[in-house]
Design a protein around this ligand. Sequence first.
Ligand code: C2G
Length: 132
Amino acid sequence: MPRTVLTFGTFDVFHVGHLRVIERAAAQGDRLVVGVSSDALNMSKKGREPVFSEGERLAIIAALKPVDEVFLEESLELKRHYIEQYDADVLVMGDDWAGRFDEFKDVCEVVYLPRTPAISTTALIEKISDLA
Ligand code: C2G
């Protein structure tokens, strides 16, 4: 039986921290499914519009070699539904979410990976606006 890995994120202003978490998520199994946060979900989580639209962010993630399937994550409350829908064996998130998804341990493994240090979308936006 192939082992399905599920991960989630906004992946706005795609950077190497995003790439590393996707590569390490893929290494946890045979098939990687990625839920990309919708523009509306991102607005409600972070209080700002993403730089790249959900269609652009989905296209970038779908084009990555380790990624087998993508879908739009519409709500944080639908995690259990997505785990069942994609038949996930493992849920992987960066450790900024450590402990937050432990409630799903009854249906799949839950793994938190260390974040790549010193890079974030927010820091990149600040750096780029300083250059302008
Ligand atoms: N990440 C990382 N290292 C960084 C930055 C991000 O490992 N330096 C990881 C995060 O931990 C996360 C993924 O990259 O697992 C995506 O990060 P974000 O786009 O910031 O995702 P977020 O908005 O936190 O969305 O349902 C959960 C949410 O959709 C997660």
